[in-house]
Design a protein around this ligand. Structure first.
Ligand SMILES: [Zn+2]
Length: 370
């Protein structure tokens, strides 16, 4: 299946002022409370199993990237680059990605969360096909990625319009398909300082989470005070911070991680398994996860690889989608972490965060802004 053409309806609305059709805006938001929403539809949380909370099964880093792959510009589902110099490239080959995620299935994996958001050439139909072919649950992301990849006319778009785009993905279907997003993220935040458009994107994502009951995943590398501001905005829109994953924050200094844990969010260790792999266990990373387990935060820890580059795949010397299973979990076990705690991190925590809560259509207090 080297070249399956996933027909994706072009979202030219981004280039020409985005307004959702009135029919989409009028439809009632489905109540998915108590369910996990995959690309094949809602499932019972008991079916989630071992989960990777932050991966990219398909991704392309085009500059400037298309918001979404248009039919004439399908980037997902092409042969992988043969030239070893381009191992920093993204993941655009269907068979290659399928084989890589089946490795995870074969070690007992249940669910992969693909947090490719707008600007990362998200392809809902490819995700649906790969879920069917692999037998893995796949949860698809939504929302706006880093500001370098915002839609060209984002300056003109209001929080309400951005919210409508995200709500539509979760409630009705993404990019003209009936395939729905089960998480809002990764929401890109660059900060230093936070820009007007980033603030709009964060607020719209949070508002859409409240309106639909979906969880959130935030991409952040910004300083702690800005992360706290991001969390304040999310909270002000009525989202429970226990439903928010702070990606890329695991392994930071203890003060930062503890400050995040105290807000109630999930701290995520991710982006691992790049070639060349360390010879021994990934000692530094294991040590930092272990320290936070010992400090009592096991119920707020999630782990993932953030596979997004060729150099992370096994065929190119990387750890693939089983690096955590192969290197990190044994490292934690050797320090005395029990299988029960590892199950909390790999199964129970993802299940808890991915399970939808009831939708809340209205802003419930005065802090929310237009
Ligand atoms: Zn990220």
């Amino acid at each position: 299946m080297k070249r399956i053409f996933a027909l994706v309806f072009c979202f030219s609305m981004f280039a020409s002022g985005f307004v959702l059709p009135a029919s989409a805006q009028r439809k009632a938001i489905p109540n998915l409370a108590g369910k996990v929403l995959t690309v094949l539809g809602p499932i019972e949380p008991s079916k989630v199993g071992r989960t990777l909370m932050h991966e990219h099964i398909f991704i392309d880093f085009k500059a400037p990237p298309p918001m979404f792959p248009a039919p004439e510009d399908i980037t997902v589902i092409q042969p992988a680059p043969a030239d070893p110099k381009v191992k920093r490239r993204g993941l655009t080959d269907f068979d290659q990605s399928l084989a890589a995620i089946i490795d995870f299935k074969n070690i007992g994996g249940g669910t992969i969360v693909d947090v490719s958001s707008f600007g990362l050439t998200r392809d809902p139909l490819a995700l649906k096909l790969v879920s069917r072919a692999s037998g893995l649950n796949v949860v698809m992301g939504s929302g706006f990625y880093m500001r370098q990849m915002h839609p060209p006319d984002i300056d003109k778009l209001t929080v309400r319009q951005l919210t409508d785009i995200i709500v539509n993905d979760v409630a009705f279907g993404a990019q003209g398909t009936p395939i729905r997003s089960g998480i809002i993220g990764e929401v890109g935040v660059v900060g230093k300082p936070l820009t007007e458009n980033e603030l709009k994107s964060i607020r719209a994502s949070a508002r859409a989470a409240r309106i639909t009951g979906a969880p959130m995943s935030i991409h952040n590398f910004e300083p702690l005070d800005e992360m706290m501001k991001v969390l304040d905005i999310i909270e002000s829109e009525g989202v429970d911070l226990h439903r928010v994953v702070m990606s890329h924050t695991g392994g930071r200094d203890q003060k930062t991680m503890e400050a995040l844990f105290k807000r109630g969010v999930f701290v995520e260790w991710d982006f691992m398994g790049q070639a060349p792999l360390p010879k021994e266990a990934d000692e530094k990373r294991v040590e930092s996860i272990y320290a936070m387990i010992e400090a009592g935060y096991a119920k707020q820890i999630v782990l993932s690889h953030d596979v997004c580059l060729q150099m992370q795949l096994k065929e190119n010397g990387g750890g693939g989608y089983t690096y955590i299973h192969d290197r990190i979990l044994p490292g934690l076990r050797s320090k005395g972490v029990s299988d029960a705690v590892l199950a909390t991190i790999m199964e129970e925590n993802p299940r808890r965060v991915l399970t939808f809560v009831a939708p809340h259509p209205r802003v419930r207090h005065s802090k929310a802004k237009k």
